[in-house]
Every structure is written in C-alpha cells, then in structure tokens.
Design a protein around this ligand. Sequence first.
Ligand code: 13P
Length: 250
Amino acid sequence: MRAKLVAANWKMNGSFSLLDNMLDVLIPYSGEESCQVVICPPNVLLSSLKKAVEGTKIEVGAQNVHTEISGAFTGETSAPLLKECGVQWCIVGHSERRVLFDESDEFIRNKTETLLKHGIRPILCVGESLEQRESGNHEEVVVTQLRKGLSGFAADDQSRCVVAYEPIWAIGTGKTATPEQANSMHSIIRKELESLASSEVAEKIQILYGGSVNVENAKILLTQSEIDGALVGGASLKIDAFPQIVAAGS
Ligand code: 13P
C-alpha cells in the first residue's frame, strides 16, 4: 500500500506570517493518523519552516535547485545548502519552469540526479498543454517527459522519486482533470515506470495529481486507485482549505 502524500507548492507567494498562521491550523491536522504532508515555500522561508515543524509529521520541500553544487550562478540555490536548511523534498520539472524558464528535459534530469546525490527526494512534474491534449498527443508527451526525467538512474534512486502529473491546462485555471482523466494518466505513468524500472519500483512510486485541487474535489481525486496524493498550488495558501485537503488525504 502506498502512503498518500499531500504537498503544497506555494510558488512565489506566502510570507513569514502566512507560514505561522498556516502551521497553527495545519499541525493539529498532521498527527500520527494523517497522510504525509510536505510544504514547499519560497527558499527564504525554509529555515523557519524547518524549525517550526520539528517533532511534527510535516516535511520540508523546496521548489527548485541547480544542477551544480556551487559556482557563479547568480540567484540559484545548491542542493547541499537546501539540505542544510532541512530540505527533504524538491520539486523539479514544474511546467512553470519548463515554459517560463525554458528548462529542458535534460536539465531537469540532471537536477534530479543532483538531488538524489544529496539525499533530497525529487518530486518530478510531468504534464501536457491543452493543445497537446486536444491533438491527442498527451500520453506521448507525458511518457517522454517521464522517460527523459528518470533516465539512467538505478532502481533504488528511481524508487526515491515521486511523480506529479500536472496537466498545464488545469494549473491555476479552476479546470480540474476529471478523476477518470487523472486516474487513467496515472495508470499510463505507472505502466511506463514498470518498463523504465521494474514492477516492484513502479508499485512503490507515489504519483500525485496537481491542477486546481481544492476542498471540493480533493476527496474524489484522492480516493482514485492510482492517485497517491496531490500537489496543491493556490489552495495550499488558504488556511481554510489546505488543512482540509490534508484531511481528505488522511
Ligand atoms: P493550482 O493548484 O493553483 O492549480 O496549481 C497547481 C500546481 O501548479 C502545483 O504545483
């Protein structure tokens, strides 16, 4: 049985006071019985998050990392420094990084490798655009992103990754994939993981759904057989929503 995981991607939002307020409400929802919970705030909040969640089930995630571990890369953050901040997880391959920052599959794969080397678990995002779905290419697009993102890793390393299926047309649009659409893509992803790694590894890897997850749709999405959790954007910034989404996954 794969544990459920609900992760918050705050993107370039949030503040020290939102962090305090969110944790006041969220910590009581994140007891022994709860699903795994990860918060990925902007980097400047990481150390405060780490301190505040000590002794709780909430884990610390980052939203980005560089492939290199040091050097002249103004504005970037290295995996060893993230590790020092207590980071256990890091998102890679988010469509906003692929599209707005022109990140290639190869660069994303190399980030994944750097994270694995430094003991940080990657959350590898894959997902198609509306155009790709409408032209019937969505399965091929997602499978290619997955293959390239995980190529060349040993089974042990692959099994430390989490995959997040985030159709671009569902991100921040209020338009969620139907539970059937999401479940069906997750099955395709798992089948691909079987041939990329092994059925044993594929069985272990958690596949999250992301794209307009909210309090209303969380339960139905999170009870699909192939959906092992959610990567939540907008609703993860709402104190009256995110704890309830965690409850829906618990
Ligand atoms: P929304 O939940 O705001 O659609 O964002 C999803 C997302 O991009 C999470 O990484």
